[in-house]
Design a protein around this ligand. Structure first.
Ligand SMILES: [Fe+2]
Length: 160
């Protein structure tokens, strides 16, 4: 099944330019990066968890929100704006450019805005936040000793 909105975002010029700006700004960063592998891992884990827990979720919305959830990182690195706040502004513009309808735009922006704080574990917002964290390979990370994540937040084992 083709995810139409997701693929329109992937081809959008502003999305591609901002993602490559983030990749440039993260060159030499020892901590987790925010490029496509992380964005797609977040989508896949979120969708698996939603399906396992019987939470209804539109795959195109989950993938689109995953692609956009860290898009504010460039602003955070350059002017200090928290990336969830900055991300909503850029994401809204990208969604307008790709002709996303109003209902999906609001669902996606809600996920971008809440991805750091989450929500109940039985909500899409909660699952999305968990998936974002679960996508990180802490057990193989060379920067473990400098990471500010608490030990209980780190993924030190592979779990299903
Ligand atoms: Fe993330």
């Amino acid at each position: 099944m083709e995810l139409e909105l997701t693929n329109r975002i992937l081809r959008n010029e502003l999305f591609c330019a901002t993602l490559s700006q983030i990749e440039n700004l993260e060159k030499g960063r020892i901590f987790c990066g925010h490029s496509l592998p992380h964005l797609l891992d977040t989508a896949r884990i979120a969708l698996i968890l939603c399906r396992e827990r019987g939470i209804s979720a539109d795959a195109d919305v989950i993938y689109s929100a995953s692609l956009l959830h860290d898009i504010g990182r460039a602003a955070q690195y350059t002017d200090g704006t928290p990336h969830d706040e900055a991300g909503c502004i850029i994401a809204e513009e990208i969604l307008r450019q790709v002709d996303c309808d109003e209902e999906k735009t609001q669902e996606i922006l809600r996920l971008v805005a809440s991805h750091r704080k989450g929500g109940g574990e039985d909500t899409v917002e909660g699952i999305f936040c968990i998936a974002d964290k679960k996508s990180r390979l802490c057990f193989a990370c060379p920067a473990q000793s400098e990471c500010n994540w608490s030990m209980n937040k780190r993924n030190m084992k592979i779990e299903v």
